[in-house]
Design a protein around this ligand. Structure first.
Ligand SMILES: [Zn+2]
Length: 116
């Protein structure tokens, strides 16, 4: 089972070799809230960029441990890459970029990142 995440203009397309996450995080930190990110966790190894690697830019802030990958043409962020608590590579997919994801049925977990 795999699914795709795309930016708005279509320059960037990512294939995720996993089930669409049944849970997603909406975080209230300054970054997630301004982008309205709805993030589902997958193993880092599940993510492959099948189109638009040359269109992807990376934004980092705060502790600079997460690569927020966005399309330099349309500005949309389909995913982020970093490490999980155990040091393994992980990725967070912006489920707003996944046409197959139904945000009405995915369980939304509200994360208080603003208070950290
Ligand atoms: Zn784009």
């Amino acid at each position: 089972m795999s699914f795709e995440a795309n930016c708005h203009c279509g320059a960037v397309s990512v294939t995720v070799d996993a089930e669409i996450p049944g849970k997603a995080v909406m975080c209230n930190c300054s970054h997630c809230s301004i982008k309205s990110l709805v993030l589902g966790a997958v193993p880092g190894s599940a993510v492959s960029v099948n189109r638009g690697e040359d269109q992807l830019e990376t934004y980092q802030f705060n502790r600079h441990v997460i690569d927020h990958r966005f399309c330099k043409n349309c500005g949309v962020q389909p995913f982020a890459q970093g490490k999980g608590p155990d040091g393994s590579s992980m990725a967070m997919i912006n489920l707003r970029c996944v046409p197959e994801a139904d945000l009405e049925t995915i369980e939304i977990v509200h994360y208080d990142g603003a208070s950290l």
